[in-house]
Write a protein that binds this ligand. Structure first.
Ligand code: NAP
Length: 477
């Protein structure tokens, strides 16, 4: 154990395995090393696959009710220890305590939702139209799932995969991001405490990401890949999985538009923008990335958003008084600063709404006015507290610009009434649309993107099907 309430080994077959080589985990608010954990080799990765494959033989035929009870228990433990989870998230990721608490509670809800779904996996029984046979459709667990998660939601991205997989009867090898592995280790231990048998959940943490993943994906005992991360890495993995025709679910990058239509309530839009933009300090795939605001309210909206940004207290996320924590790393912070420099080169005025602490990977929030659609800040997923504002005169033009991206994860629409909002929502090319609100994610709803934002859905009724195989029996009854 480290001084933190988390195991430091790899979790393979129910045992915590120490490795000679270590992976240091850093607190980005102070640049101190907070833990040294296992650093898996290719052979550790394959041991985890073997353990998950063995455990699958019994877990897949364990009654759904029993699997549900493990997940329900995990929900209860996580809910009771939500502060411990939030503290780990905040320490390794940098995010503000309020965001970390929100994430921990959201993450726990996936265990609850999928504990409820475990015993409701449906099949169907029909006569064939020619009545020469019956059609029986069954769903069975697909097998061992390899899961790769990003650093921005270290708890929720893990439970959003683990919960449906275990509910379906699959076993898992989870590889969290190397910048934020502690929360995943803690969650795996919660599952063990909840009664998950050895080998059902395995966690490998590694800096040899490419080699370990390539070996795992090439192993015939792996039946599916569930990936959340950038579109760049997602495309690379899809090429690898193509070699084995491996089913893959991909939750990838976003470039979410935030539309404020003529007649919308500006104060409500600003409140929604604060959530859609600032949750996680802007480091969310669902973060509003580009603001298209009707010219009649653009100036009012920008002024009010600037003032809300200026009111945010920036500092270590672990201190609950702070609204905006550190970025996960200097590398991520500098990527944002680089985009701002490019935007300045395009003639925009770049002025921070407040000041960020000098030590630590902090960045101040920015509202950037008079941005042109097609410029740097509208083309790139900024992944930080930057709000570029483009104004438009004509609603069709606003919608066209909002859809003018290769991404399609989520859109936000603020309209004068929900009816108008939904009418516009139907025209948005994204898997999710939040209408007159700044947050859409819910474990009971299908989360996922269109276009290059991904393949498949997590959560809702669809999420469990990523871990089920459909099988049809033709029977003459
Ligand atoms: P990333 O660089 O793609 O990394 C994500 C995960 O992929 C990490 O675990 C990383 O491991 C792993 N990885 C990197 N290279 C790999 C390789 N060659 N083979 C196998 N795995 C590899 O993304 P990120 O920077 O962590 O996360 C930010 C991105 O995730 C953003 O684009 C965001 O929009 C997206 N995201 C999407 C969703 C969604 O639900 N759609 C949710 C959250 C985030 P290492 O850490 O060891 O490199």
């Amino acid at each position: 154990m480290s001084p933190l309430p988390v195991q430091t080994g790899l979790l393979i077959n129910g045992e915590w395995l120490q490795t000679a080589e270590k992976l240091p985990v850093m607190d980005p608010a102070t640049f101190t090393v907070i833990a040294e954990i296992g650093n898996a080799s290719v052979s550790d990765g394959l041991d985890a696959v073997a353990a998950a494959h063995d455990a699958f033989q019994t877990w897949s035929v364990t009654p759904a009710r029993q699997r549900a009870e493990v997940l329900r228990k995990a929900f209860e433990i996580m809910s009771a220890e939500v502060e411990t989870c939030a503290r780990l998230i905040s320490l390794e990721n940098g995010k503000a305590t309020r965001d970390a608490l929100g994430e921990a509670a959201y993450a726990a809800e996936f265990f609850r939702w999928f504990s409820e779904e475990a015993s409701r996996i449906e099949g169907d029984f029909r006569y064939a139209p020619a009545r020469d046979k019956t059609i029986i459709t069954d769903h069975r667990p697909i097998g061992v799932a390899y899961m790769i998660t990003p650093w921005n939601f270290p708890a929720a991205m893990a439970t959003r995969k683990l919960a449906p997989a275990l509910a379906a009867g699959c076993t898992a090898v989870l590889k969290p991001a190397s910048e934020t592995p502690l929360t995943a280790l803690w969650i795996a231990e919660v599952l063990l405490r909840a009664g998950a048998p050895a080998g059902v959940v395995n966690v490998i943490t590694t800096t040899h990401t490419g080699d370990v993943s390539t070996a795992i994906l090439g192993d015939p005992r792996i039946a599916t890949l569930s990936f959340t991360g950038s579109t760049f890495v997602g495309k690379m993995l899809l090429k690898q999985t193509a070699d084995r025709v491996l089913p893959s679910s991909m939750e990838l990058g976003g470039n979410a538009p935030f539309l404020v239509l003529e007649g919308a309530d500006v104060d409500a839009a600003v409140s929604g923008a604060m959530i859609a933009k600032m949750r996680n300090g802007g480091a969310a795939c669902t973060a509003a990335n580009r603001f298209y605001v009707h010219e009649s309210v653009a100036s009012d909206f920008s002024t009010k958003l600037e003032s809300a940004f200026a009111g945010l207290q920036i500092g270590p996320g672990i201190d609950a008084a702070n609204d905006l924590g550190a970025m996960v790393s200097v590398k991520e912070r500098d990527k944002i600063l680089e985009l701002l420099t490019q935007a300045e080169g395009e003639g925009l005025t770049i002025a921070a709404a407040s000041e960020a602490p000098k030590l630590g990977a902090f960045i101040a929030p920015y509202v950037v006015r008079d941005v042109l659609h097609g410029s740097t800040l509208t083309r790139n997923e900024v992944f930080g507290p930057v709000a570029p504002i483009v104004s438009f005169a004509d609603e069709d033009e606003g919608i066209r610009m909002a859809n003018d991206t290769e991404y399609g994860l989520i859109s936000y629409v603020f309209a004068k009434d929900p009816g108008t909002g939904v009418k516009v929502a139907r025209r948005m090319e994204s898997g999710m649309v939040a209408v007159n609100r700044g947050l859409a994610s819910d474990p009971a709803a299908p989360f996922g993107g269109m276009k290059e934002s991904g393949l498949g859905r997590e959560g809702g009724f669809a999420g469990i099907h990523e871990f089920l195989e459909t099988q049809y029996f033709a029977v003459d009854l």
